[in-house]
Design a protein around this ligand. Structure first.
Ligand code: SAM
Length: 211
């Protein structure tokens, strides 16, 4: 995409994503193509490609670009998958997923944020926006090849594990408020393997299986 932020976006990809060891050319091309500045409040657009999260109102945030890239890369997407995102927020992560997978379902608890993101995501016809409690997953379109939770849970909700396909992968921050470990779950039949990766700090997941 050609716009006034093209240079900033390329720098973001080189310094923050490639520079931290994520080398998948497809992932890098997608981050170069999605205009992150459109997903942040107008007055903060000059900060859109900076190395950190930003406020999007309603006490919520758009995550740091590197964290969005890392979580996306952990799903090992090749292009033909159905993916669920819990926590639409700004819609940026859903836009990235839309370019990496075949079909994306994204669930947001706050109707105001969901409505705003839905408008921005109209450019991405393979994204389906839902309003509701994503701690329960989104049963209607299950099972999923990948699930990404962008808010911190006290524990990994069983409902989300149940909605994974055989061979599917789930990425979720789990821990206490202000401090969590990013967990990667993989399903093989009825067996679920868990890896705890880096330390992160996400806003809390609300709802039945949240805080
Ligand atoms: N993925 C987002 C993006 O790209 O901008 C960032 C999400 S923000 C860190 C976390 C989001 O999760 C917030 O928008 C919050 O309202 C939402 N959320 C919290 N609990 C939820 C729940 N139970 N179901 C759905 N969304 C939830």
């Amino acid at each position: 995409m050609n716009d006034q932020f093209e240079f900033d976006r390329r720098q973001m990809v080189e310094d923050q994503i490639l520079g931290r060891g994520l080398r998948d050319p497809r992932l890098l091309a997608v981050f170069e193509s999605v205009p992150r500045h459109l997903f942040v409040p107008q007055e903060d657009r000059y900060l859109a490609y900076a190395d950190g999260p930003l406020s999007i109102g309603f006490d919520q945030t758009i995550s740091q670009p590197y964290i969005v890239a890392l979580m996306t890369s952990l799903l090992h997407l090749e292009g033909d998958e159905r993916v669920l995102e819990v926590g639409t927020g700004s819609g940026y992560q859903a836009a990235i997923l839309a370019r990496m997978a075949e079909e994306v379902h994204t669930v947001e608890l706050l109707p105001e944020l969901a409505a705003r993101a839905k408008g921005l995501l109209s450019e991405y016809p393979n994204v389906f926006c839902h309003v509701g409690d994503g701690s329960l997953g989104w049963q209607e379109s299950a099972p999923y090849d990948g699930i990404i939770v962008t808010a911190a849970a006290p524990e990994t909700p069983q409902a989300l594990l149940d909605q994974l396909k055989d061979g599917g992968r789930l990425v979720i921050p789990v821990g206490r408020r202000g401090y969590q470990k990013l967990e990667l779950w993989t399903r093989q039949g009825n067996q679920f393997d868990r890896d705890a990766l880096i330390e992160v700090a996400f806003v809390p997941l609300r709802g039945k299986h949240g805080w």
